[in-house]
Design a protein around this ligand. Structure first.
Ligand code: ATP
Ligand code: ATP
Ligand code: MG
Ligand code: MG
Ligand code: MG
Ligand code: MG
Length: 258
């Protein structure tokens, strides 16, 4: 005992277990803020949607897309972002724990680094952190269903939260507002917003209703060269608030997941 020369490194390493992500599948890493209900209260986020907080999340996603070449598409809402890696990615030999931890720690660092750009007047009171998970999707259709599911979630939560906070801001207690909304359907919520508050849900900012997508897009530019019209392409990272539930988005951007 106590003699380090007797330690066999191979034996020690044999306890390590790598969770390999299935080959030729789209890896999705979803990061989500831990206890952001509290974080958003302590930092006095505008309710239900703080635009600055969402823009900060988006800029973190842009940084991830810039840093990790294999990330081809990302979608974010509230305190979460999903990052899609290309199908044949060999990043970290597809070891789940390294991929997830690298992306989630990079995301958290950027969030803290950029905070001041979005909240110039607000001090960060304590360090936020995010958790992350990786899931493999074996076909483009299932991957698109995954992303559609996140956007449906964005829509349902946003509609509920918009009603909830309008009721609270108009003087109801949180539990009264909750009771008002219990069991209501989409149509009733839209009705409540327009009748009681004169708000047309569809005119609310599109970033709140649809979330944000960050991806490499082809930008085309027509130039005049030697009296000839030539089309030049350049790739750049874009932040859009598009409908990714409808297949037309994917048809219009065929090179994103190719
Ligand atoms: P967990 O640690 O389980 O993820 P959580 O408190 O982070 O718990 P979520 O379900 O992830 O809960 O929800 C995130 C919460 O953060 C929202 O319910 C909302 O209260 C708050 N939040 C996140 N982003 C914003 C924003 N841009 N504006 C206002 N509130 C926000
Ligand atoms: P990887 O991404 O594969 O981990 P790495 O560049 O981080 O690559 P490591 O094997 O983890 O390589 O080694 C960390 C390196 O960081 C060291 O080789 C050293 O160059 C540098 N480093 C870390 N801590 C210190 C320190 N306290 N003082 C000086 N150099 C340091
Ligand atoms: Mg969580
Ligand atoms: Mg959260
Ligand atoms: Mg969340
Ligand atoms: Mg290292």
């Amino acid at each position: 005992e106590g003699d380090i020369s007797k330690i066999n490194p191979e034996y020690i390493k044999s306890f390590q277990f790598e969770n390999n992500l299935m080959p030729s599948t789209w890896i999705v890493v979803r990061v989500d803020g831990c206890h952001f209900h509290r974080f958003s209260e302590v930092h006095e986020f505008e309710k239900p949607n703080d635009e600055h907080a969402l823009n900060l999340m988006n800029s973190c996603a842009v940084a991830v897309v810039e840093e990790f070449n294999d990330v081809v598409f990302s979608y974010g809402v509230s305190d979460e972002y999903s990052f899609v890696l290309k199908k044949n990615s060999c990043f970290y030999e597809r070891h789940a724990s390294e991929i997830v931890s690298a992306i989630v720690s990079f995301f958290s660092s950027v969030y803290v680094m950029k905070w001041k750009l979005y909240f110039a007047q607000k001090e960060m009171k304590y360090p936020p952190y995010f958790d992350g998970r990786a899931v493999c999707y074996p076909s483009i259709d299932i991957l698109q269903d995954y992303l559609a599911w996140r956007q449906v979630d964005c829509h349902i939560n946003n509609q509920y939260n918009t009603c909830f906070w309008m009721l609270v801001k108009s003087g109801k207690s949180k539990s009264e507002a909750q009771n008002c909304l219990k069991g209501t359907q989409t149509q009733e919520k839209n009705g409540l917003l327009s009748c009681q508050f004169g708000i047309d849900y569809h005119t609310l900012p599109i970033m709140f209703r649809q979330g944000s997508s960050v991806f490499w897009d082809k930008e085309s530019k027509t130039l005049l060269s030697n009296d000839e019209v030539v089309e030049k392409f350049r790739k750049k990272i874009v932040v859009e608030h598009c409908n990714i539930i409808e297949k037309s988005f994917w048809k219009a951007h065929p090179s994103v997941l190719e």
